[in-house]
Write a protein that binds this ligand. Structure first.
Ligand code: PEP
Ligand code: MN
Length: 339
């Protein structure tokens, strides 16, 4: 962090500020120029409040030169994080994983039928919402605890590990048999929830918020990591822009940027980004080509009758076709990427 001081800063005030900073565990280098004095902080500045420093009357400007996230930062953890589930599945080891399933768990027949079909197509994880964050309070809110039971029944039937969304920290006890807990876009900055998830020893799939920057996204991951849970998977699912053709705008550059900045695996969710079934395949391909570790796709046995997100869901037949092409694309991508 670099702090440029005002010309009228007195020696006493400068010493007072330096003292405060050193108390926070950083070393302070002072450069006295002809016209101004500059302080350079050395060490871990993640806990230093940049706004507080900027508000001091002797401070002209302040700039971070180090990212505010540490545990999510590739600089301090150069090798890729590989998440290994107790059942052996891996995320981030170079193989592309497909996660698929309905937006909402609706019935035993539905979830088991979808699970069998997506497994056949090569998916390694079954997704399905039991707690649904809906814009309208009058829309289907999910089957809650019963939905998790149905996912577990589908897991028993197929062996597929399950991914499902948590909305409140009060529900954590219901997720003890869930393999991967999803934090949805709307809860990306539910910091109290993130702190609680940081105490678990379970992978967390953290979706990017609707209007959050890459840095904010990584700071949310940092909350979980800082609590001691190192199993965080990032998910780019599209952000809000002025474009109305698609439900969201897939920020495809976020994938290589996140790979550069962080060691955490990243999944791309083209279903929520597009909102339109025919766009799912090209966006999934873009995910593969930009280095995603996995793709999450909504699949419903009868999209027209789905209780949520039917408009963007693929049928099992469509998923079967697309999955084949996605795996082919991954092979082609691996054969031409530079190492
Ligand atoms: C979902 O996965 O069904 C979901 C609600 O996703 P998002 O949080 O990305 O909108
Ligand atoms: Mn959905």
């Amino acid at each position: 962090m670099i702090i440029v001081l005002k010309r009228n800063a007195t020696k006493e005030k400068i010493e007072e500020l330096k003292g405060q900073l050193m108390q926070q565990g950083v070393a302070v280098n002072t450069w006295v120029g002809q016209h101004e004095t500059v302080l350079g902080l050395i060490g871990d500045t993640t806990a230093i409040d940049i706004d507080y420093i900027g508000a001091q009357d002797i401070v002209e400007s302040v700039k971070r030169v180090q990212e505010p996230y540490k545990k999510a930062n590739r600089k301090f953890h150069p090798s890729n994080t590989v998440i290994t589930l107790p059942s052996g599945e891996k995320i981030g080891d170079g193989e592309l994983v497909l996660m698929a399933g309905p937006c909402s768990v609706e019935s035993k027949e539905q979830i088991i039928e979808v699970a069998i079909r997506i497994k056949k197509a090569g998916a390694k994880f079954l997704r399905g919402g039991a707690f649904k964050p809906r814009t309208s309070p009058y829309s289907f809110q999910g089957l809650h605890e019963d939905g998790i039971e149905l996912l577990l029944a589908a897991k028993k039937e197929t062996g597929l590990p399950i991914v499902t969304e948590i909305m409140s920290k009060e529900d954590i006890h219901l997720f003890k048999d869930v393999d991967i807990i999803q934090v949805g876009a709307r809860n990306m900055q539910n910091f109290e929830l993130l702190k609680e998830l940081g105490k678990l020893e379970k992978p967390i799939l953290l979706k990017r918020g609707l209007a959050n920057t890459i840095e904010e996204f990584l700071m949310s991951a940092e909350y979980i990591l800082a609590g001691g849970n190192e199993q965080v998977i990032l998910c780019e699912r599209g952000i809000r822009t002025f474009e109305t053709y698609t439900r969201n705008t897939m920020d495809i550059s976020a994938v290589p940027i996140l790979k550069k900045l962080s060691h955490l695996p990243i999944i791309v969710d083209p279903s929520h980004a597009a909102g339109i079934p025919w766009l799912v395949e090209p966006l999934a391909m873009a995910g593969v080509a930009t280095g995603a570790d996995g793709i999450m796709i909504e699949v419903h046995n009868n999209p027209k009758k789905a209780l949520s997100d039917g408009a963007q869901s693929l049928t099992p037949d469509q998923f079967d076709e697309i999955a084949k092409r996605i795996f082919k694309a991954k092979k082609a991508f691996d054969s031409c990427k530079k190492n």
